[in-house]
Design a protein around this ligand. Sequence first.
Ligand SMILES: *Cc1c(COP(=O)(O)O)cnc(C)c1O
Length: 398
Amino acid sequence: MNKAEDGVPKAELKPDTKLAIGGRDPFAHHGYVNTPVYHASTLLYRTAEDFLARRGQYFYGRRGTPTSEALALALQEIEGPACAGVALLPSGLAAISAALLSTLKAGDHVLVTDSVYGPTRKFCDSVLSRYGVTTSYYDPTIGGRIAELMQPDTRVVFTEAPGSLSFEMQDIPAIAAAAHARGALVLMDNTWASPLYFRALDKGVDLSIQSGTKYIGGHSDLMLGTVSANQETWSKLKDMVFALGLCVGPDDMNLGLRGLRTMGVRLARHYESGLKVARWLEQRPEVLRVLHPALPSDPGHAIWKRDFTGACGLFGVVFKPVLDKAVHAFLNALTLYGMGASWGGYESLAIPFDCAPYRSATAWAPGGPAVRIHIGLEDVGDLIADLERGFAAFAAAR
Ligand SMILES: *Cc1c(COP(=O)(O)O)cnc(C)c1O
């Protein structure tokens, strides 16, 4: 038993405390602080009777080990009492596809936000379609008017806030109320805020997904996905993950556990530095707008303020109309920002993007070329000085 948990109701503990103690049981492991990493497939039984009755807590590596249990339990505690269980998947995308498969069947219809992560759209259009599930896309800012798009066979409304690349906020409670009133479930890709800054299950979401590759890992060396389920969705999710044979390697689960312990302090720093850089960029004459819901100028700010308690280090910048070569010169001149997909590590990143090719329900026309920035844990003054270098190259190239 973890001493810190004795006699203290878990609901009263703050998130940072839960991150520190969640899923750990040192005295079940000779007192060692961290849960051992079980590399396991086969599990042995002493007698034929024990084997046939599958006596004991565990049965087979794929079905769970003390290592997977520690990570799932730690994540469950962070989600709060509404969470009935957490499934671990080998990537964020696997978490998304498993969540969709666990809630949909042939003949069903799913409504997906037009601002969804690109590969989620690909999964719906290329896989779900082959199994008789139809997908339609909706304006991410639709709110309660989602009711008007719901068909008798709409079983799932898929949300993501803020949107991938485009950062539109969604009114999750309003969407959830409308969906539930018509018997549909609400799924959410909650990678951006994580349960630390948006308690999705408490806001009406039935399955909340994270790409653990991002801030749970936090060091750009891990692929991991998680799905947190409420009472209504947990058993079907668990069965689907088992049926698909999906499981995570023990060393990767250990990296997830290690990352989780510092996720609170890291996110707080990403939030603070990200907002500082966003504010600085907003004042630049070259910039048309900054896509960051924690900025009062952002169209989604009121919703963010009402429902979220923080922001991560990821946001967008739209330049005033300018030749692409000026934007490329800006990016190429940066020395502290890597150019690469993914995000959520300790390092800063900057990439050009254009959502227009992915949209089908709404048009993406932000008014100029756009760049996505991830603010890492470097000194924020150094990061801003580097952006100044970028703007000097931008001016020379325009
Ligand atoms: C990265 C990402 C994913 C996919 O996660 P992987 O672990 O890379 O498969 C899903 N959703 C969002 C919002 C992401 O940023």
